[in-house]
Design a protein. Structure first.
Lengths: 304, 324
């Protein structure tokens, strides 16, 4: 049984990544392509140390990287980004990135504790990420695939206009090139700084999935820790196959909001992948170590 | 609308309440002094009330619009159906789990034409508010809505949805039964529904809970409603880390009908009686009825597949970004 993590991932949606609540358990890509754990880090001759948030097992990041960011002791799936998934899934780490010229802009002039435009500037200066989703095409075990993958560290992987537009163009690309579509979700929900525009992305992406469906192109939705709100209320749950990594928190409303509403504690394992599988919302749970093999097996079955 | 003793007043409606109190006092005086004619005083006060309603309408802040959208005397879905339609037959249940009282639907005639109406329903008193779960539907509510939409599609009847929800219900059982999946499925199926679909925000338009019955060829907003991705209160709590910034959040979110029409995210604003729909149910319903009929007339003859394509294209254009 996994211990319950009382984490408020909504805090990540604010973009205040230095706040205590937002200080979270994902690997952070600092410039130069080095990964570091946000919680525990210490320089050593062998590289950086990383501590498992589930069992506190300590190993080097090199060791972790070789193990696909899965804890060697307890099988906890660390939060990773698009770069790591692409490296893990595409043959020889070869892929072509698409539509990375599309970037967010502060159309509404939205200001909370900080202007949205300022937040975007700050994130762009700190990471190489352009937004919360990247699109790439390549081959996995020799078969073509388009992967749209979210980056949680970009404002909590939030769904805004850029994600909606990239997703849409990725669908067009899949239809044009007759390639199956994999979306790897990891998001706190909609990007509030884009207000109703972010909400409308749910309809926009669903419309594109309708076209993908008419073209008879397989769409696989892989849900990873965490996937909430607007993602689960749209394309996240609309896969021809919905699959998930083990132990991922997945839901519509966040646990904090639910607890405040029903005024009692939630049962152990609530909103975890295993819970969703049990309730009939997932086709299966897939361990990261066999993810590539499983995906290429599925593509073979679809393409045959 | 309720008569004076039962009327409820928002903070910025207090001047009107005071005018009503003056009318009541005047009437009492009239009873005591039957020889004096107080009618002109009462008439004058009623004219002042009418003026005050206009005055309020002219200078509403975004937060006040949010308050009006939640006004306890505001007409809800069933009230509009009562005032606009004939032959309404309510249909229940999702054929799966249960009948969700927060989401209602059924066939009715609007100016003689059969239409499938679907909408969230709020309660009009404490007991009914609980029964209706404050207009927050569970997955079975969204699935009932989808069942009714498919029924309408089968018999080639247009769908009209009336949206009024503070959000989909964030409960434990809602998650167990797949709240996210239910809303996602509705959005997906609505965007490819073969019959004309018109959606109207008649009160609160909160997030996925609203969009779950909100994908249409035409989306209308009544004048004093709001529609966005999160309630101002929750937005304040997450982005400002305080419950105190709801007014600022309401401004920043640009959630009013005027904003939404300006962004092209909704197609039309339906005017309300001065001061809000709660001042005159008949007038509010008649204006809405004509807006629905006019929009329906404009889209009903488009071939179904073309209409679906236009719907997908319309939502496909929504968003803002730079290409560098
Ligand atoms: Zn571990």
């Amino acid at each position: 049984m996994k211990k319950e993590r009382d984490e408020d991932f909504e805090a990540n949606l604010s973009g205040n990544e230095n706040s205590d609540a937002a200080r979270s358990r994902w690997f952070k890509r600092i410039k130069k392509g080095i990964l570091t754990s946000t919680s525990e880090k210490k320089e050593t001759p062998e590289g950086l140390w990383a501590k498992c948030p589930e069992c506190n097992y300590i190993c080097t990041t090199t060791e972790l990287n070789e193990g696909l960011y899965v804890c060697p002791k307890c099988n906890y799936h660390h939060r990773i980004g698009s770069e790591e998934y692409y490296e893990m899934l595409f043959d020889n780490d070869e892929y072509e990135e698409h539509f990375d010229n599309i970037v967010s802009t502060d159309f509404l002039g939205f200001t909370d504790l900080k202007p949205y435009s300022k937040r975007l500037e700050e994130i762009h200066s700190k990471t190489d990420l352009k937004d919360s989703m990247r699109i790439a095409s390549g081959k996995i075990n020799g078969q073509g695939l388009v992967i749209a993958c979210m980056d949680f560290e970009f404002i909590g992987g939030s769904l805004g206009s850029v994600m909606g537009e990239k997703f849409s163009r990725a669908v067009d690309y899949c239809i044009e090139h007759k390639l199956p579509f994999l979306v790897i979700s990891k998001s706190g929900g909609a990007r509030m700084m884009e207000s109703a525009f972010s909400l409308m992305q749910l309809a926009k992406t669903s419309g594109k999935l309708s076209q993908l469906s008419d073209a008879k192109i397989p769409y696989i939705s892989l849900l990873t820790d965490p996937t909430f709100g607007g993602i689960s209320a749209s394309f996240g749950m609309l896969g021809d196959l919905n699959i998930a990594e083990p132990g991922a928190l997945i839901g519509f409303a966040g646990p904090r909001v639910i607890k405040e509403t029903i005024k009692k504690d939630l049962p152990p394992g609530f909103q975890r992948s295993e819970f969703l599988l049990d309730h009939g919302f997932l086709d299966f749970i897939v361990d990261r170590k066999i993810l590539k093999q499983k995906l290429s097996q599925l593509i073979t079955l679809f393409n045959n | 609308m309720p008569h004076y003793p039962n009327k409820q007043f928002l903070d910025f409606e207090q001047p009107i309440k005071e005018l009503y109190e003056q009318i009541e006092q005047t009437k009492k005086l009239a009873e005591k002094n039957p020889k004096i004619n107080y009618q002109s005083t009462v008439d004058q006060l009623e004219l002042t009330i009418a003026d005050k309603r206009k005055e309020i309408t002219c200078k509403l802040t975004p937060w006040q619009r949010v308050q009006l959208s939640r006004h306890p005397d505001r007409p809800y879905t069933l009230k509009y159906l009562e005032k606009m339609t004939t032959n309404f037959v309510e249909l229940h249940g999702d054929r799966n789990v249960k009948d969700d009282k927060a989401m209602i639907g059924g066939f009715a005639q609007l100016d003689g034409e059969t239409i499938m109406f679907i909408g969230q329903q709020k309660g009009t008193n404490t007991k009914l508010r609980q029964l209706r779960n404050f207009g927050m539907a569970n997955p079975e509510g969204y699935r009932k809505a989808l069942r009714l939409m498919k029924l309408a599609e089968k018999f080639n009847k247009p769908v009209v949805t009336l949206i009024d929800t503070p959000g989909a219900f964030p409960g434990q059982e809602a998650e167990e039964r797949g709240q996210g999946e239910a809303i996602a499925r509705n959005i997906y199926e609505m965007i490819r529904l073969k019959v004309p679909v018109i959606c109207v925000i008649i009160g609160e338009g909160a997030s996925g809970g609203a969009l779950g019955i909100g994908v249409g060829d035409r989306v209308l907003m009544m004048e004093n409603t709001w529609y966005t991705v999160i309630s101002p209160e929750n937005c304040s709590a997450i982005l400002w880390r305080s419950w105190e910034k709801k007014e600022v959040a309401a401004e920043q979110l640009k959630l009013t009908a005027i904003d939404m029409k300006g962004f092209g995210l909704v197609d039309e604003i339906v005017p309300e009686p001065f001061g809000g729909a709660h001042w005159d149910y008949d007038e509010a319903a008649q204006t809405l009825k004509h807006a629905i009929l006019r929009n329906l007339h404009e889209i009903k003859d488009i071939p179904p597949q073309e209409r679906v394509n236009e719907r997908i294209t319309k939502f496909g254009k929504m968003g803002f970004w730079n290409e560098v």
